[in-house]
Structures are given as structure tokens and as C-alpha cells.
Design a protein. Structure first.
Length: 134
């Protein structure tokens, strides 16, 4: 009886592993963004100096919106005043609701480009009244 159950359990774990691997790191990043704890609260003006140690981790960044960019299909971006790009992915409606000049708190997974620039991908807007302790 237990022998058959262990085969089913092993098979189920294997199938779940294949599904998770097929969904790629997008699944893991999304999980971190939704359920992970922020490793740092950083003012955007300090991001270049303090951010490198948090690459790959969830962070909260507070800054002022410089522009909202919809030029790349499927990648709505909010660009903050010091140039930090926040990639909103499928959250186009959220990006559309953000206004230039608005002070925002953006939650996201900190990523680094080949040029060494830091950006948030994926990113979502946080409630501006939420706790923020830089």
C-alpha cells in the first residue's frame, strides 16, 4: 500500500518541478514580489550607491515620477527622477494610473543591466501611505 503511494508522491513532485521550471524565473520573481519581504527601503537618490548589494532581492524604492513610457510593447515603464526604470509588465493599468510629478513607492525585484544600471523588474506601485523606513 505505501509502496504505491510513494510512487504517486514522487511522480507528483516531479510533475510540479517540471511545471515550475517551465514557467521560468518569472514565476519565482512574481512569488517574491507578491509574498516576499522587502530586504531594503531605499530612496531613489540613494539607489545607485546602496542598491548593488540587493540585486535579485525585493526592495521598496521611493521617488518622484519623471515619465511613464509605453513605447515598448508589453513593457510599461515608470521612470523615476534619477533615471530608475520600473518595469510593470502585465500591470499596464497600474502604470497608466501613475502621474508625472507624483511621489511614489515602488515595490520590485532589483535587477542590474549589462551597463551596471539598476532597475526594478517586475515592479508594482505600493500604497503611498504604507510604511517606508529608509
Amino acid at each position: 500500500m505505501f509502496k504505491g503511494m510513494s510512487k504517486i508522491l514522487i511522480f507528483s513532485v516531479f510533475v510540479l518541478g517540471v511545471i515550475l521550471m517551465a514557467s521560468g524565473c518569472g514565476f519565482i520573481k512574481g512569488w517574491k514580489l507578491d509574498y516576499g519581504r522587502a530586504k531594503a527601503h531605499i530612496e531613489e537618490s540613494d539607489l545607485a550607491e546602496r542598491g548593488k548589494e540587493f540585486v535579485g532581492k525585493k526592495v521598496l524604492v521611493r521617488g518622484v515620477v519623471n515619465r511613464v513610457d509605453f513605447s515598448e510593447e508589453g513593457i510599461p515603464k515608470v521612470i523615476l527622477s534619477h533615471g530608475t526604470e520600473c518595469h510593470f509588465g502585465k500591470m499596464k493599468k497600474m502604470a497608466e494610473a501613475i502621474r508625472v510629478g507624483e511621489s511614489v513607492i515602488i515595490s520590485g525585484i532589483l535587477d542590474e543591466s549589462k551597463d551596471g544600471e539598476l532597475f526594478l523588474n517586475p515592479a508594482i506601485q505600493r500604497d503611498p501611505k504604507a510604511s517606508f523606513k529608509p
